[in-house]
Each structure stands twice: as C-alpha cells, then as structure tokens.
Design a protein around this ligand. Sequence first.
Ligand SMILES: C[S@@+](CC[C@H](N)C(=O)[O-])C[C@H]1O[C@@H](n2cnc3c(N)ncnc32)[C@H](O)[C@@H]1O
Length: 315
Amino acid sequence: MTVPQPQSRKAPHHVPTVPHALADEIRPGQSLELLKELHILTRDGKLNQDSRRKLKQVNHLCQFIEKLLHELAKQQPPNANANANTITLADHGAGKSYLGFILYDLFFRQHSESHIYGIETRAELVQKSCNLATRLNFDRMTFLNLTVAQSAQSTACPDRIDLVTALHACDTATDDAIAFGLQKHARFMVLVPCCQAEVARLLNQNKAKSLSGTPLSELWRHPLHTREMGSHLTNVLRCLYLQACGYHVCVTELVGWEHSLKNELIVARYTGQHHRSAADRLRVLLAEFGLMPLLHTRFTALIDNAAHVGVSTCE
Ligand SMILES: C[S@@+](CC[C@H](N)C(=O)[O-])C[C@H]1O[C@@H](n2cnc3c(N)ncnc32)[C@H](O)[C@@H]1O
C-alpha cells in the first residue's frame, strides 16, 4: 500500500509515493531520493532503527524551523522589490547538512528566491554536500568551507541572513554563530549548543580565588562540576546576551534527542527591545565568576552598543 504524495511538488529525483511502512515517518512531499542520498533510507527504501530515530529528530526540528520560515515568508511583502521574497538561512557547523537538505526539500524548494548557506570547516563534507546539491538540483544551496567566524567576514555570505541555525556546532562555534546572527541582523536564531570549554577553562583558572569566596563557589569545586557549571553558565550568558541585543529568548528541550546530553534548544526572536536588566545581569555574572575577559571577546556588543543597550527595556 502507498500513500500519495502531493501532485504539485515536482522535482527531479522526487519519488511520487511513500510505502505504507514509512508513512508515519516520512512527511508528505518529502523526497525519498534525498533520504536515500543522506543514507537515512537504505538503497531499497527501508529505514533501520537508527535512521528511523535520526529522521524523527531531524523532521521534528525541521517542523519547528519551518514555522519560523513561514512566519518570515508572511512578513516579506511579495514583489515589493527584487529581494522582497528572499529568505536566507545560514546553518553553522553544518556537518553532512542533514538539516539544510531537509529544510530545502520541505520549504526552500518552493520559495524561489530563498537561499541556504551551509558553513562547515571539514572540506570533505563541504565537497560532498556540494555534489549532492548538484545531483538533486538544489541550486539555491551554497556550502562554504569556512569557520563560522570567517563566514561573517566572507563576501560569499549576504549582508542579511534571516535565520541562523547552529546544531551541535562544536565548542565556541555557537558563540560565533550568535555574533554572526547579530552582524547579519538575523530575525531568528535556533541554537542547540554543544559542549563548550572556554568558560570552564576560565572558571578553573580562577578557582583558587573563587573557592575562598562565597559558598556558591562550591558549585564548581570538583572538575566534573566545573565542566557542567561552565556549560550551563555559558548558555545562561548566551541567553542574557541575546536579550541585551534585542531578542526574545525561549529555552526548551529538543524533544526526541533524549539520548544526547546536549539537547538544550535556544530560540531567539528579534524584537528590537534591548533588555537593560539582561545586560546588567550579564556584566554582574561575568564579574562574579571571574569571566570579565569574555566581555571583550564574546560579548562585545555590550561595549560597542553601551549607549544603545538599555535605551528601551522589557521584562
Ligand atoms: C557535531 S557536528 C554537527 C553537525 C550537524 N550540525 C548535525 O547536527 O548533524 C559539528 C560540526 O561542526 C563543524 N565545526 C566545528 N567547529 C566549527 C567552526 N568553528 N566553524 C564551522 N564549522 C565547525 C565540525 O566540523 C562538525 O562537522
């Protein structure tokens, strides 16, 4: 038995029907050919246990991001000017670009002016993604063999990127993705941070001093706690920074990623309301935890826009 696919979605490599056994997992209109190319489906179109879970996870995240994309599409006045329909998405630490490819298949394919940029440091993955995009005629996908930080300076990326994603981008790549999003005036940032060592390193450096301070410093006396505390604190600081820079922030769990310890989903939506209190609290936390050097590396907008942050507030 097969489940019909919508007639309107034409594309080379598009398989018109979904076998009944896959109907619960495959989204209507989703390209089976793409899923085979991504090795989510086997060559004979089957799902094994691992890939079933992977597909569920990626589809779940895509559904969530698609809602934001539809919101962006509604906000863009059609035909008002040459770029009006353009929706741009940059996926940082793209890896094999599962996320980008599936989003392209489900959304970007039908939005003819829109474009996905995949940023990845591993040249072989970038090359594979380029080849796959060519094979599938996904011609509005660009893959850049750059670090996140380099991509912010690259002319290959447009000045405006509407939506920034960073899914398990390693270590400080999430911080670079936030800096990228701020520079590109992103309307949304969807971040699932990976482990981050920078803050834990600084906590370690100042341990002797901190542990003679308040009892709260007991929270990071033991190395394992230093790491966990560093990771948690990192995400708290990131959220405050985004709020200080005019974003509304929602922190939740990435459902379906229970097997991963790193399943914190941070969704930032630009509102233009700069939280004075978030900026103040961020500074206090940096001072309390001996992290002030980060003000000049990670949280530079607080210095650059010192006059601006706190002009308008919301709580
Ligand atoms: C854990 S993988 C995640 C891949 C993909 N986002 C996913 O969830 O399937 C992290 C990827 O980020 C890349 N990466 C790490 N640091 C990076 C940086 N600074 N700039 C760009 N890519 C980076 C790595 O090469 C790796 O492919």
